[in-house]
Design a protein around this ligand. Structure first.
Ligand code: GTP
Ligand code: MG
Length: 221
């Protein structure tokens, strides 16, 4: 759950990138970090084996002060390989928003489903009710599944965010969709807008400016 300190005017949020093995969770964080790092802010921490598989988790802390407020957004990835189930549960703890990174190849449909079921199981076991945003990554690959008929993961009306983490396309839009969804859940609970005097749009614009995004990245979200 978010940490909110009204005295210090500090808001700490946790977003977690979840999904099947090799879907591009770490690549999303790298692309995000590329934007943040261009402005000399934020340090990406990754722990990978020699074949580039996430061993424990990746963390990109996006911390900054603006308008007398301190914003701390911790962005994590989980490792996708089946053997890391226990790690995934630990990393999910306290999440305020989740990005589910799915594969776009037709031959990965079952792996997407398996991972989705695993996410639902973990959330149930943790008693966590948290918004989930779905991204279909690797849209640059030939033969991608059509998003209109793709798995909407139990919510037919769900927005599916296309992305190519390799090029960075769609990475910020997905990130802001998750951030906005997290705000929408936390605001009624903590009265963030009222007590911090920061409206949702201001919050999104402030973070967007910090990560080097444009207005379009928020609008798409
Ligand atoms: N073509 C293409 N390849 C991608 C894209 N995103 C990631 N990849 C590649 O897919 C492979 C896996 O990417 P990672 O980001 O390490 O995947 P992951 O989901 O973090 O994998 P685990 O941590 O092992 O679960 C790498 O070889 C990436 O270069 C994309 O948008 N397009
Ligand atoms: Mg990874």
């Amino acid at each position: 759950m978010a940490q909110v300190d009204f005295n210090e005017r500090q808001l700490t949020l946790k977003l977690v990138y979840f999904g099947p093995p090799l879907s591009g969770k770490t690549s999303n964080l790298r692309a995000l970090h590329g934007r943040v790092d261009a402005l000399n802010r934020g340090r990406l921490m990754t722990l990978e084996t020699k074949d580039d598989r996430t061993l424990f988790f990746d963390l990109l802390p996006i911390f900054f002060r603006s308008n007398g407020m301190s914003f701390r957004i911790k962005v994590y990835t989980v490792p996708g390989q089946p053997m890391h189930e226990a790690t995934r549960r630990v990393v999910l703890q306290g999440a305020d928003g989740i990005v589910f990174v799915a594969h776009s190849s037709p031959d990965q449909i079952e792996l997407n489903r398996e991972s989705w079921v695993g996410l639902a199981r973990n959330l149930a076991e943790l008693g966590l009710r948290v918004p989930v945003v779905v991204q279909y990554n690797k849209r640059d690959l030939a033969g991608c599944i059509d998003l209109a008929s793709a798995d909407h993961f139990d919510e037919p009306e769900r927005t599916l965010h296309p992305a190519s983490a390799m090029t960075g396309d769609g990475v910020l839009a997905t990130f802001f969709a998750a951030l906005g969804a997290a705000w929408d859940v936390l605001d009624p609970t903590f009265k963030l807008s009222q007590r911090f005097g920061v409206a949702r749009d201001d919050f999104m614009r402030t973070v967007c400016a910090h990560v080097g995004g444009t207005e379009r990245d928020i609008l798409v979200a």
